[in-house]
Design a protein around this ligand. Sequence first.
Ligand SMILES: CC(=O)N[C@H](C=O)[C@@H](O)[C@H](O)[C@H](O)COP(=O)(O)O
Length: 225
Amino acid sequence: MHPIIEGLRGKLIVSVQAYPGEPMRNPETMAQIARAAEIGGAAAIRCQGLSDIAAIKGRVEVPVIGLWKEGHEGVYITPSLRHAKACRMAGADVVAIDATSRPRLDGLSFAETTAAMHAEGALVMADCGSYEDAKNAYDAGADILSTTLAGYTGDRPLTEGPDLELLAEVVAAFPDRPVICEGRVHTPADAAAALDAGAFAVIVGTAITHPTRITTWFTKAIENR
Ligand SMILES: CC(=O)N[C@H](C=O)[C@@H](O)[C@H](O)[C@H](O)COP(=O)(O)O
């Protein structure tokens, strides 16, 4: 296993992202949050967009998992080989790519995209939404499989917490490949449960780095009491 990936075993990875139009959408802000997460023990940072990847890579010592989101419909996480290569050039140690079989911007398959990235020596994380996606990503040789898109592609229910059922299924089917649990890991107990279910590592985004969303959890609880 590549040493960068081996270093993530049993660890917490923090996703640091702000969405278009949001007040924290600024590479310097994202870099500050990434560094704060690193001080708290994050073993890697996952981040979005070339400016954020570059700013964060320059601020933290832990590995950076980079992606580039474009669009909202269909494939929007690193939707073409051009996007993937750009993430690597911006400083990503691992490039996260949508691993569904939905049509991609450049017409390449996930397997073709992965092969082209491997030819450049890059590591690829496959963002999967179903068992079939994970199987295809495994066959394509993706370095990491993850449940990132579970609940967002129509293949799986939108569970309240992480999709531990899919996680366990993928872990059991592909024991020789690291499987990361990502998506709706909202509490420390969720994170522990993901590792207990066999996750190689766990990624937390919103619950650590998205204050607007976290605030609504509290305001709703107060309103609904
Ligand atoms: C589905 C999608 O586009 N997920 C994105 C992937 O990078 C991010 O918006 C999520 O914040 C990230 O996956 C972490 O998940 P959560 O924020 O639930 O901890």
